[in-house]
Design a protein around this ligand. Structure first.
Ligand SMILES: NC(=O)c1ccc[n+]([C@@H]2O[C@H](COP(=O)([O-])OP(=O)(O)OC[C@H]3O[C@@H](n4cnc5c(N)ncnc54)[C@H](OP(=O)(O)O)[C@@H]3O)[C@@H](O)[C@H]2O)c1
Length: 502
């Protein structure tokens, strides 16, 4: 970049970060209303004009760096109220660390009168998150409402459009609008932080964007939903069903009244789509993820997995392949001795495989008010320090169009549980269908003590048969299962769980 170009860029980002017009900057700082337009045409300013502008920018910057950073928080629920509490309690310590005061000056939620255990009496109140985002009384807008569209999107967009920095914990919003919002932030010169949107308190976004900024990531995978991990852990430790564990998770506040989003894997998919973009530099594509949840996992699956030396975990996995990016969310058998298998209960973990660092595992609390608020705070501190990085790791214009690898090309071992008719020849017919597709069976397990007692519609008794395959193509497994179902030797839908070699 030439000297004049870099000077122009510095001036333009200075202007947009403050929401100024070029004319205002030219008049008040350069003493020439048309200065910025001349600069855009590539015309050099006079050396005394240039010196005056550089000095003014420096003084403004220093002044702003010392002035208190005024924060507006929209959403005072679990995360928002905790954030305000931490800022009110630890404000003096943070000021010492930063050399700059951080103060919450404005807040908003639906109900003004609800007791949230925080003192909001001296703060400006806004019913409308967009009005809060645009308020003159704040320098940074924090969105903790949630939801992919609606008020959260409108408010974040409004703040970024005026060049105001934004911090959000909203993965649904990022998964749907992340690229557009990143572009908006880049165009207006605003920062956009979303550390809390993936894996709560684990600093995985910063690790990818900065710590591993120069690394080439081959694969990212992890446990990114505490509700599912809690349920699977309890199913593994105690002899209780999915439904019972879910009820307990709801009673403990780990699961929503409508748990679909968590237990069917969509929440993990949102987080995975954001991580995949940071890892591989492709546009965010949550709709291109194969998603399977944990609601069909039975005690039979858990026990056979344990006997074979595995645990079942809901994993989100994204990796580069020759055919494009493979992204999938599903329950998986993971070896008991692997690091990820040791991540139990509501804990989350994200593993990264990179060229130079090789394997890295980040584990910690993936949700809850304090861990999530801590990640929000980390973004706020970065912004207060003036750290600038493209929100998605690379400038949004340089993100590649998403190239999806077909799932059918996935290769691995499979656990297959079938409810087979207990009639002569059924097992042999099933094994033949597998053999026709070149699938090698490692072991066949029949456990009458674990089997569901079912009767086929034609009155035949059934028994549960488990098969473990060797490495095979997913397409071969799916085609042979379709053929086996068409032959009429099984009842109900087979259970298929991938075995991950980690
Ligand atoms: N909770 C976690 O552990 C966690 C972890 C990671 C990320 N996150 C993300 O953090 C965000 C907030 O989560 P949360 O658990 O704190 O949610 P929450 O407890 O449900 O709080 C949501 C807040 O938004 C307010 N709100 C809702 N609709 C509004 C509207 N139209 N206008 C103004 N305010 C509105 C609510 O007001 P009222 O209180 O008056 O109803 C409430 O204070 C979400 O994006 C979530 O995905 C949460």
């Amino acid at each position: 970049m030439s000297d004049i170009q870099s000077f122009r860029q510095a001036v333009e980002s200075f202007i947009s970060a403050r929401g100024w017009t070029p004319t205002r900057f030219g008049r008040t700082v350069a003493g020439d209303p048309l200065f910025v337009f001349d600069l855009r045409e590539g015309r050099e300013p006079r050396s005394d004009t240039r010196a005056r502008i550089l000095k003014a920018m420096q003084e403004f910057g220093d002044g702003e760096a010392r002035a208190p950073l005024r924060i507006g928080v929209a959403g005072l629920g679990n995360v928002g109220a905790t954030l305000v509490r931490i800022l009110q309690k630890d404000g003096a310590e943070l000021t010492k660390k930063l050399g700059r005061q951080i103060v919450v000056t404005a807040v908003g939620a639906r109900s003004r009168s609800r007791d949230r255990g925080i003192d909001i009496s001296g703060l400006d109140w806004f019913d409308d998150p967009v009005a809060l985002a645009k308020s003159d009384g704040i320098d940074l807008f924090v969105e903790l409402i949630g939801g992919e569209d609606g008020p959260a999107f409108a408010a974040v967009k409004a703040a970024l459009e005026m060049g105001r920095p934004v911090v959000t914990a909203n993965k649904a919003l990022l998964a749907k609008h992340g690229v557009a919002l990143a572009k908006l932030a880049e165009d207006s010169g605003a920062q956009l932080g979303f550390e809390a949107a993936v894996a709560g308190g684990i600093p995985v976004i910063k690790t990818l964007r900065e710590g591993l900024g120069s690394a080439r990531v081959a694969k990212v995978f992890g446990i990114m939903n505490g509700t599912c991990n809690y349920i699977l852990t309890r199913m593994g430790n105690e002899n209780i069903s999915f439904a019972e564990c879910l009820k307990d998770a709801q009673a403990l506040g780990y699961a929503e009244a409508d748990p679909t989003f968590d237990v069917e894997g969509f929440d993990t998919a949102h987080k995975l789509s954001i991580l995949a973009t940071l890892c591989f530099g492709y546009e965010i594509a949550p709709d291109k993820i194969r998603v399977e949840g944990i609601s069909r996992i039975s005690q039979h699956d858990i026990k056979v997995a344990a006997e074979l030396g595995y645990k079942i975990k809901l994993l989100g996995i994204a990796q580069r392949t020759e055919d494009g990016i493979e992204q999938r969310v599903h329950p998986a058998f993971v070896p008991k001795g692997s690091a990820i298998a040791g991540v139990d209960g509501v804990m989350n973990a994200v593993a990264l495989e990179t060229d130079h660092v090789h394997e890295l595992l980040l584990a910690g609390p993936g949700a809850g008010g304090p861990p999530t608020a801590s990640s929000v705070l980390s973004d706020i501190l970065d912004i207060a320090r003036g750290t600038r990085v493209p929100p998605l790791g690379v400038p949004s214009d340089e993100l590649l169009p998403y190239r999806q690898a077909p799932m059918r090309a996935h290769e691995g071992g499979y656990y297959i549980r079938l409810n087979a008719k207990d009639v002569p020849g059924a097992l042999a017919a099933i094994a033949n269908r597998m053999a026709e597709r070149g699938i090698s069976i490692d072991s066949v397990i029949q456990r009458s003590d674990l089997s569901a007692k079912a009767v086929a519609p034609d009155g035949s008794p059934t028994r549960t048969v488990v098969m473990i395959t060797q490495q095979t193509l997913e397409s071969a497994v799916r085609e042979s299962l379709a053929q086996i179902a068409a032959d009429g030797f099984i009842v109900g839908e087979p259970q298929l769980i991938r075995i991950e070699k980690l």
